[in-house]
Ligand binder design. Structure first.
Ligand code: PLP
Length: 392
C-alpha cells in the first residue's frame, strides 16, 4: 500500500521553484545571481498598511474572525469595486481568504465535480490545471498566441464548450504574459454561457490602459482577487472572492472546515490598504512602468521576440525559440552561465515552450545588470557556436 496518496504524489511542482533552488545553491557557493524569475513585489508593504496592522494588534484584534471575513473589509471591497468598475456587490457575496490561492481552491472545490471541464488559456498560471486535476476535473486548454498578445479568442473557447464544461477561467492582466484581455473579448467571453472565473489579482498593475472586471459584463461569474501583488503584501496571505449568492454558504462551509477564517491582523491591514494606500501603490506602479519600458527595449535589443508590448502585471513572456527548443534547459543555461534567474515557459503550459518569463519585480539597477549579463553571455555563446560550426 502506498503511504502517500496518489493525488499528492501526482501534483506537479512549480518548475520555477527548481530554478530558484538552483539559484540559491549557486548563491551559497558565492555566486552573484540576479533574480528575474520572481513573481512577487520587491517593495516592502507600504508603511500605512503596517501601521494599520500594528493598531489592530494593539486593539487586541488577534482572534478568529467571522468565517466570511470581517464585515468592514467586505464592505471596503464592495466600495472599491463600485468606485473602480461601477458595479454593485453585496458584502454577503464576498469571502475573505488567506490569499488568492485558497480562494481559488474554494471556488474550484465548490464548483467542479470529478469529470467536469474547465476551460483556460495555455500558457496559464501553473496551479490552475494542477488544482483542477487534483479535484478530478479536466482542464481544457485553449492555445493563445504571441502575435495575438496571448489573448484568449472567444471563438476558440466556443469550440471547446461541451456538456461537461463548468466554467471558463480568465486572468487579465495575465501571469505569465503580462497582457490584458481586450474589453470586446471579455464581453464576448461573458456572453458565451458558462460561468466565468476571473482572476483579477494583477488589477491595479496596468500601464496606460484600463482593466475591466468581469462583473461589468455578467453576474454569472466568480472574481478572485488579493492584496499580494498590487499592495506588496505577499507574506500577509490576504485575498478574497466574490461569488454568486448560491455559492456563498457552500464555500463558507469549506472555509470553516479547512481554514476557519483569514488572519485577523491581515484583514485589518487590508482595510487600510484599500482606504489609505492610494499614493503608495501609485508610486510603486510608476516604478514598475519605468522598469517595464526599459525591459521591453532591452529584451528586443537582445534578440528575444516580444510581438506585443505587455501592459500589465510585472512580467513579460519572451520568445527564445532561436536559442533553444527547451525553455527548461535554457533557463538553467542562463542561470549557470550568466548568473540570471528566469522562468522557463514550459512551467506555464505546453504552448509556453520556447518562451522565457522575465519579471521586473526587481530594481532597475538589478534589471540592467541582469540584462547586461545575458547580453554578454549570448555574445559568448554565439562565438562558441561559430567556432563549433567551423570545426564541423
Ligand atoms: C495569476 C495568479 N493568481 C493567483 C496567485 C496567488 O496569489 P496569492 O495566493 O499570493 O494571493 C498568483 C501568484 O503568483 C498569480 O500569479
Amino acid at each position: 500500500m502506498n503511504r502517500v496518496a496518489k493525488r499528492a504524489n501526482k501534483i506537479p511542482p512549480f518548475i520555477v521553484m527548481d530554478v530558484l533552488e538552483k539559484a540559491h545553491e549557486l548563491e551559497s557557493q558565492g555566486r552573484s545571481i540576479i533574480h528575474l524569475e520572481i513573481g512577487e513585489p520587491d517593495f516592502p508593504t507600504p508603511e500605512c498598511i503596517c501601521l494599520g496592522a500594528k493598531e489592530a494588534i494593539e486593539k487586541g484584534e488577534t482572534h478568529y474572525t467571522h468565517s466570511l471575513g470581517i464585515i468592514q473589509l467586505r464592505e471596503a471591497i464592495c466600495e472599491h469595486y463600485h468606485a473602480k468598475y461601477g458595479v454593485r456587490i453585496d458584502p454577503n457575496q464576498v469571502i475573505i481568504t488567506s490569499g488568492t490561492s485558497p480562494a481559488l481552491f474554494m471556488i474550484f472545490s465548490a464548483l467542479l465535480e470529478a469529470g467536469d471541464e474547465i476551460i483556460m488559456s495555455d500558457p496559464h498560471y501553473p496551479c490552475y490545471p494542477n488544482l483542477a486535476d487534483f479535484l478530478g476535473a479536466g482542464p481544457v486548454r485553449v492555445r493563445v498566441e504571441e502575435e495575438d498578445g496571448f489573448q484568449l479568442r472567444p471563438d476558440e473557447i466556443k469550440r471547446k464548450i461541451g456538456l461537461k464544461t463548468k466554467a471558463i477561467l480568465i486572468n487579465s492582466p495575465s501571469n505569465p504574459t503580462g497582457n490584458l484581455l481586450s474589453t470586446e473579448r471579455m464581453q464576448e467571453i461573458a456572453n458565451l454561457g458558462p460561468l466565468v472565473i476571473s482572476d483579477e489579482i494583477y488589477h491595479g498593475l496596468v500601464y496606460g490602459k484600463k482593466e475591466h472586471s468581469i462583473l461589468e459584463f455578467t453576474d454569472n461569474a466568480f472574481v478572485l482577487n488579493g492584496f499580494s501583488k498590487f499592495y506588496a503584501m505577499t507574506g500577509w496571505r490576504l485575498g478574497y472572492l466574490i461569488a454568486p449568492p448560491d455559492f456563498i454558504r457552500p464555500m463558507q462551509k469549506i472555509q470553516q472546515n479547512f481554514f476557519i477564517s483569514a488572519g485577523s491582523v491581515s484583514q485589518w491591514a487590508g482595510i487600510t490598504a484599500l482606504t489609505e494606500a492610494h499614493k503608495d501603490v501609485e508610486r510603486m506602479k510608476g516604478v514598475y512602468d519605468e522598469r517595464r519600458k526599459y525591459m521591453i527595449r532591452r529584451i528586443r535589443e537582445l534578440g528575444f521576440g516580444l510581438s506585443v508590448e505587455p501592459e500589465g502585471a510585472f512580467y513579460m513572456f519572451v520568445n527564445a525559440k532561436h536559442l533553444s527548443d527547451s525553455s527548461y534547459d535554457l533557463a538553467f543555461e542562463i542561470l549557470e552561465n550568466a548568473g540570471v534567474g528566469v522562468s522557463p515557459g514550459i512551467d506555464f503550459g505546453k504552448n509556453g515552450e520556447g518562451y522565457l518569463r522575465f519579471s521586473y519585480a526587481n530594481s532597475l539597477e538589478n534589471i540592467k545588470e541582469g540584462l547586461d549579463r545575458i547580453d554578454r553571455y549570448l555574445n559568448r555563446r554565439q562565438d562558441e557556436h561559430l567556432v563549433l560550426d567551423k570545426r564541423i
